[in-house]
Design a protein around this ligand. Structure first.
Ligand code: SF4
Length: 404
């Protein structure tokens, strides 16, 4: 947006002193100095190698309990509806050594959950170490393809995940946003084996119709996607799944829409991000396709998708009633000061009473749970978005994972 609207914002509207694009972080001191001297300043250049490596302070939330670590930027996939490859540029990954250093620092600060971030996080490929530059190209998920030629060389996501998860056994690791094509067995196996890598995968589907997926240039069919879902569920029992869907993409018929509804029913996601299609300039769809689904039809289809998603998510979450869930405490619940809230391994919000825990076998010292503590909560009710439960005890990530 900064690139597209620079002239208008700076000169015509005279709204701001500085226009900074997504790759201008390191240039901010200069831009501020220029602005302080009374001139307007702009940097909207896209960088070929900016990865946000070593930029401090790191983004934290929940009172310093959780943090986000950028590991790569950009995307090579060129889905026909998406502006990201134009606004964020091509894929480039941050050196592993710098990521590990940052995660170690967060561990020392007491951060309990790190989310590895990138536009295409599991396409991670660190080329900074010479001895790995000739490694073989990665294997894609079965039935998936790309519009670009697979690139050989570099240290891959499985290696990074392995190294990051070894830093602190009490630190949960999540990652987002991945592409479903990059889930080789070694990544799934690692997630299954490591107690501190959350059993939660985002598998953005976008549509349940092969015809629409082709128009979107997603590189898979409905069947290949469903096969991946089955394989993921076999490899990581109890995995929590989330997805993205677009309602009313160019040329989407009622039959295509019904296929997306049926995919939502078949997969039964725990979490979903659903949107009505909105055409973006510069994209392939903008140049080659017609945004021909009327706005009211898009809206109606979106509402139908949301209804089905919620029904299925409620069923998926109800299956947890009666189970004990390990929850990382975030703080007081927004709805009631006498309740705490946190998230389970599957990233679902859990609400429970703010009460004293008792001394029990297998538990940490009794007392009140604080933000950053792990607690065991017995789930007593569930909706499509939230679990409610009874607080059992304070515990640790390692202890809760140990066989009993
Ligand atoms: S939708 Fe995701 S994978 Fe596709 S081009 Fe955009 S960022 Fe890349």
């Amino acid at each position: 947006m900064a690139e597209r609207l620079k002239e208008e914002i700076l000169h015509r509207e005279k709204l701001v002193d500085i226009v900074a694009g997504p790759d201008a972080y390191r240039d901010l001191p200069r831009l501020l100095a220029v602005a302080e001297s009374g001139q307007q300043a702009a940097n909207v250049l896209l960088s070929l190698d900016e990865t946000y490596a070593d930029i401090l302070p790191v983004q934290t939330s929940m009172g310093g309990t959780t943090a986000f670590v950028s590991i790569m930027r950009g995307c090579d996939n060129m889905c026909s509806y998406c502006i990201v490859p134009f606004t964020r540029g091509r894929e480039r990954s941050r050196p592993i050594a710098s990521i590990l250093q940052e995660v170690r620092m967060l561990s020392d600060q007491g951060v309990k959950e790190v989310t590895l971030l990138g536009q295409n996080v599991n396409s991670f490929r660190d080329m900074s170490e010479v001895q790995f530059q000739s490694a073989a190209a990665p294997v894609l998920s079965r039935g998936f393809s790309t519009v670009y030629k697979a690139k050989p060389g570099g240290l891959r996501f499985a290696h990074l995940l392995d190294q990051v998860s070894r830093i602190d056994p009490e630190m949960r690791i999540r990652f987002t946003s991945p592409h479903p094509k990059d889930f080789p067995d070694e990544v799934l196996q690692l997630i299954q084996e490591r107690h501190n890598i959350c059993k939660q995968l985002h598998l953005p589907a976008q549509s349940g119709s092969t015809r629409v997926l082709e128009a979107m240039r997603r590189g898979y069919t409905r069947e290949a996607y469903l096969e991946l879902v089955h394989h993921v569920r076999e490899s990581i029992p109890g995995v929590s799944l989330s997805s993205d869907f677009i309602a009313g993409f160019c040329g989407e018929t009622e039959e295509d829409h019904q296929q997306t509804m049926s995919l939502l029913r078949e997969v039964r996601y725990n979490v979903g991000f659903l949107f009505a299609y909105s055409m973006r300039q510069k994209t392939r769809a903008y140049h080659r396709l017609q945004d021909d689904v009327p706005a009211d039809v898009k809206q109606r289809r979106l509402e139908e998708l949301i209804t089905v998603f919620r029904e299925e998510a409620a069923r998926a979450n109800e299956a947890m009633v009666g189970q004990n869930q390990l929850v990382l405490v975030e703080g007081p619940s927004k709805r009631s000061p006498s309740e705490l809230c946190g998230r389970n391994d599957g990233n679902i919000k859990v609400i429970f009473p703010d009460a004293e825990t008792e001394d029990a076998a297998g538990c940490e010292a009794p007392g009140r749970a604080q933000p950053g503590d792990y607690v065991l909560v017995k789930v007593t009710s569930a909706s499509s978005q939230t679990l409610k439960g009874a607080l059992l005890c304070r515990t640790t990530l390692s202890r809760s994972a140990a066989p009993r």
